[in-house]
Design a protein around this ligand. Structure first.
Ligand code: GRF
Length: 206
């Protein structure tokens, strides 16, 4: 068994948490460089919370709704939970809150996301519908460092899938999701091991 210290990692979710499950599975390996010690959600009924608890991982819900439009106040409450669990690295996995520059700067280089498109194409939401509408031949997903500008952070890893004749949003998103589950654990391992770093607003791999 490896004796290397594993990076204390939190996964933030808002929904079903299929990427979260893939990350938890990968992190079961003793030599995986990150340990998932917390799953936190901004919605107390996020399905992924139960799935995480069933895997024996600590969970927390910090409901954003009582904070109204004050995003930073919500993030301060979330940050307190992260500090209490001595979190070193944050993985966003279907976390549907836009983060403020305050939070992003605080966690700069230690905050990653997966986006269901080949960034810089199709930032924002409804990526699969927009890819179909645009008629692209290839689509995919991107693991990236989070920077204050939405979906604009440096890429760590990407996976491509073909867009096939007859595809609809459901078939295309399922094909992309399969790749998300494959590359997100790889991306997390690269960052947790220090092999991929955020330097001068670019992702650097060693
Ligand atoms: C994924 O498509 C991810 O790329 C996007 O939100 C979705 C989350 O799905 N950011 P899940 O909750 O991980 O199943």
């Amino acid at each position: 068994m490896s004796t290397a210290r594993r990076v204390r990692t939190a996964i933030l979710i808002s929904g079903r948490g299929s990427n979260m499950v893939a990350l938890i599975e990968a992190a079961r390996a003793a030599d995986f460089p990150a340990e998932i010690v917390l799953v936190a959600a901004n919605l107390p009924d996020a399905g992924g919370l139960e799935r995480a608890a069933a895997s024996g991982i600590a969970t927390a819900a910090v409901d954003h709704r009582p904070f109204g439009k004050d995003r930073e106040a919500f993030e301060r409450a979330l940050d307190e939970v992260l500090q209490a669990h001595r979190i070193e690295l944050i993985v966003l996995a279907g976390f549907m809150r836009v983060l403020t520059p305050w939070f992003v700067t605080r966690w700069q280089g230690r905050l990653i996301n997966i986006h269901p498109s080949l960034l810089p194409d199709f930032r924002g939401t409804h990526t699969h519908a927009r890819a179909l509408e645009a008629g692209v031949a290839e689509h995919g997903c991107t693991v990236h460092f989070v920077v204050p500008e939405l979906d604009a952070g440096p890429t760590i890893l990407q996976a491509k899938v073909p867009v096939l004749p007859g595809d609809d949003e459901a078939s295309l998103s399922a094909r992309v999701l399969e790749q998300e589950h494959r590359i997100y654990p790889q991306g997390l391992a690269l960052v947790a091991s220090g092999a991929a770093r955020l330097e001068n607003a670019a992702a650097v791999e060693t």
